[in-house]
Design a protein around this ligand. Structure first.
Ligand SMILES: Cc1cn([C@H]2C[C@H](O)[C@@H](COP(=O)(O)OP(=O)(O)O[C@H]3O[C@H](C)C(=O)[C@H](O)[C@H]3O)O2)c(=O)[nH]c1=O
Length: 183
């Protein structure tokens, strides 16, 4: 398991060691000891899975403290452009966007700390699977509009399929003005 720093504190990309043989392949998708050795100390309490048709954008979502969620995300099948925004006011990369191509051919994954808004665009029909460090808490859900002009995210898809709920998310500036605790 190789862990690649991103320049964002606590945000790392993970490449598993893949064992191939004439049956197929095997890899450890998660290993608590390896994570702990890299200072990733979250205990995960919920696994989520979603299927997205090509052209879907989900996000940008996050839960506010004390229900903030760190997420360990990957695709089981397909390919997504994963996008996170650092919403931690104290961070050197506050308000900065990080893009990560998650591809089931690479079996790579992304460890996203608490305090990040998260979303992805399905570049193919994709099954998205992730671990969360806190349980779902609907009342704490918030996020940022996917096509916010301040962030100007290039999702890599035209005419995306977006939920009504996501179309009603606040802009980045509206989010910041609320001054809520993100982690
Ligand atoms: C997130 C969640 C949702 N739900 C229910 C609530 C809705 O009735 C239904 C669909 O929820 P939603 O439209 O919020 O699903 P996504 O748009 O995939 O949301 C997720 O997508 C982005 C990319 C994320 O990072 C978050 O983990 C999460 O917000 O599942 C639950 O029962 N438990 C849950 O943990």
């Amino acid at each position: 398991m190789t862990i690649k720093e991103t320049g964002f504190q606590g945000l790392v990309e993970i490449f598993p060691r893949i064992f191939e043989d004439d049956r197929g392949f095997f890899f450890e998708a998660y290993n608590k000891e390896v994570f702990n050795d890299h200072g990733i100390l979250y205990d995960f309490v919920q696994d989520n899975q979603s299927f997205s048709k090509k052209g879907v954008i989900r996000g940008l979502h996050m839960q506010l403290a004390p229900y903030a969620q760190a997420k360990f995300v990957k695709v089981i099948t397909g390919k997504v452009l994963d996008v996170v925004v650092d919403m931690r006011p104290e961070s050197d990369t506050y308000g900065k966007v990080y893009y990560c191509m998650l591809d089931s051919k690479l079996n790579n994954s992304l460890m996203i700390p608490e305090g990040f808004a998260h979303g992805f665009a399905a570049l193919e029909d994709s099954v998205f699977s992730y671990k969360c460090s806190n349980l779902y808490h609907k009342a704490s859900e918030t996020g940022i509009l996917y096509n916010d002009e301040t962030l100007n995210i290039d999702w890599g898809v035209e005419n995306p399929i977006v939920s009504e709920k996501d179309l009603e998310l606040p802009t980045f500036r509206e989010f910041v003005a609320r001054n809520e605790t993100v982690h």
